[in-house]
Every structure is written in structure tokens, then in C-alpha cells.
Design a protein. Structure first.
Length: 292
């Protein structure tokens, strides 16, 4: 052969040998690895309890009984990226007289740079994220991100979910948020409590320093003002765009109705509100004296 040519083309095929993938439980027991697949393309919903197999001597995996009852293969690379080779989903589309195939976008387009925009990755723990496209020779049907999650030990952490269900009025007329608590099966008991938050996470640094300096200064005049029990709440929001129309005697357009303090929209603090209260008191006293 070498006498007539300096180039020889060789081809080889090989068959992968598959074995069940096992995982170790928290108790040290070796059990078969199962997985849940979340569809978001040609199919919707999810399949749970799928058996996982691994090729001997390679980081190539496959799910059994995936989609229309076929195996689903993917390659896991050392950098936790994945490759999804073109493969049949097991469904024969009679409109196109061919099987529907699935692959990652890079394989479909023949351009590895597609992984930058349409990644296939593994989070290093239990979740694979695949951007897949479902297609036939004449075009594609759907594309999007689908997830594969390897089963792990059951998390027995107590969890209580809280849902806000609006504002309710109590029998005493007090308005309060209505909350619904949903403990999981591992929660033995729970109680709701109000705890002080850290307003430094929301307030600017300079504003917080000014507030702290003010509290410390007042503490010299009013000992105890800077006590650890002093509650500081922030931010406080008030709106003063709407002002009630009143004359100099604090009379509104409705006879006998007067508006004082912040409710009138004219004051912005205790001092001004107090002054309005003094003025109103004097006006009432003068009116009563005039009637006598």
C-alpha cells in the first residue's frame, strides 16, 4: 500500500460499555444515582426517578427512559461544561417522515462559539443546565434551557414559608398584615417574632454617622438617650404635596372643621405641629370668651 500512496485513511468505531452510576448517601451507603429531568422545549413537565449510567473510562453519561423512552447522552468536561451530541428523542414525526432530533446549539450550528450564548453547564453539585434545540432536517421546533438534577439525600432542614395575604382589620379596629405560615414536614414548632433589622444596610454611610453623632450628643443632655434599648427606625416617608386650604384662623371650607399638624400638610415636625395646636387652642378660647 505504501508503494503507491503516502497517505492512508483509517477509520475506527467502538462501542461504549455502560455501567450504573452510584452515589454515596450520608450514611455511607452506595445506591444507584437517580435523576429528575425538567423539559422546556419539545416536551413540557418533568420526569423523575430516571436511572443514570456512565460510560466506563469516560465522563459520558446517559439517562434511561428519557423523552419517548430513549436514552439521553451527554458529555461532561473537566471545566464543568457539557456537550450534547445530536440524538433522536424517539418520536417519529409523520409530517416530516423522520425522527425528531435534539442537540446543543453548538453541535446544531457546527460552531463551538455558540456555547458562549447558549451554554451547557454543570454547577459542580447536582444540577446540569442544557440549552437545547429540537429539530428535523428542514428546521427546528423549539429551543430553550432544560435542567437535569441528580437526586441527593433528602434535606431535613426545618423550613417555614411565609406568604403575605393582604391587610386585615382586627376586632379592635387595628389594621395589620395577614400572613400565612407553611411549615414543612420537618418543622416541629415555630413562632413569629419581630426583630430589629440593620438599617446600616440601607442608609448611606454619611447619614448614619450623622445620626449616631446626634444620638451621642443628646445623650449628654438627656442621659439614657443613647441606650441600647433605643429603637431607631428608617427610612420614614411623608408626603406634603397636598395641603388643606385654610385661613389664618385654621378654618377649612367646612364649618367647624379644623386641620392641625401634619394632617394639614403645612407642618413638618413636632415643633410646628405643636405651635398650630397652641394657636388653635387660643382661637377656640377667644371664640368661647366672645360668646359669653
Amino acid at each position: 500500500m505504501a508503494q503507491y500512496s503516502d497517505k492512508v485513511t483509517l477509520s475506527a468505531t467502538y462501542e461504549l460499555e455502560w455501567e450504573t452510576l452510584y452515589r454515596t448517601t450520608g450514611e455511607g451507603e452506595e445506591i444507584p444515582q437517580l435523576a429528575t429531568y425538567h423539559y422546556n422545549g419539545y416536551y413540557s413537565g418533568r420526569d423523575s426517578g430516571l436511572e443514570v449510567e456512565k460510560a466506563v473510562g469516560a465522563n459520558i453519561f446517559r439517562l434511561k427512559d428519557w423523552a419517548s423512552g430513549v436514552t439521553f447522552k451527554f458529555v461532561l468536561h473537566d471545566d464543568n461544561t457539557c456537550t450534547l451530541p445530536a440524538q433522536s428523542i424517539g418520536y417519529y414525526n409523520s409530517n416530516y417522515n423522520e425522527y425528531v432530533y435534539v442537540a446543543d446549539m453548538a453541535v446544531y450550528t457546527g460552531n463551538d462559539s455558540a456555547y458562549a450564548s447558549y451554554p451547557c453547564t454543570f454547577d459542580g453539585e447536582s444540577t446540569f443546565s442544557f440549552y437545547l434545540i429540537y429539530y428535523v432536517s428542514s428546521g427546528y421546533f423549539a429551543q430553550g434551557t432544560e435542567k437535569l438534577v441528580f437526586d441527593t439525600d433528602i434535606d431535613t432542614t426545618p423550613v417555614v414559608e411565609i406568604a403575605f395575604e393582604g391587610i386585615e382589620t382586627t376586632s379592635t379596629g387595628f389594621k395589620a398584615p395577614k400572613l400565612h405560615f407553611s411549615p414543612n414536614e420537618y418543622t416541629k414548632y415555630y413562632k413569629a417574632a419581630v426583630v430589629a433589622g440593620d438599617i446600616t444596610a440601607a442608609m448611606p454611610y454619611r447619614s448614619m454617622i450623622n445620626i449616631i453623632n446626634f444620638i451621642q450628643a443628646v445623650d449628654h443632655v438627656v442621659p439614657g438617650f443613647a441606650s441600647i434599648e433605643t429603637l431607631l427606625y428608617s427610612p420614614e416617608l411623608k408626603f406634603y404635596s397636598n395641603r388643606v386650604k385654610m385661613d389664618e384662623s385654621l378654618n377649612t371650607s367646612i364649618s367647624g372643621l379644623h386641620c392641625l399638624g401634619d394632617s394639614s400638610g403645612w407642618t413638618r415636625g413636632l415643633m410646628m405641629a405643636s405651635v398650630m395646636g397652641v394657636i388653635m387652642g387660643r382661637k377656640i378660647a377667644e371664640a368661647e370668651a366672645a360668646e359669653v
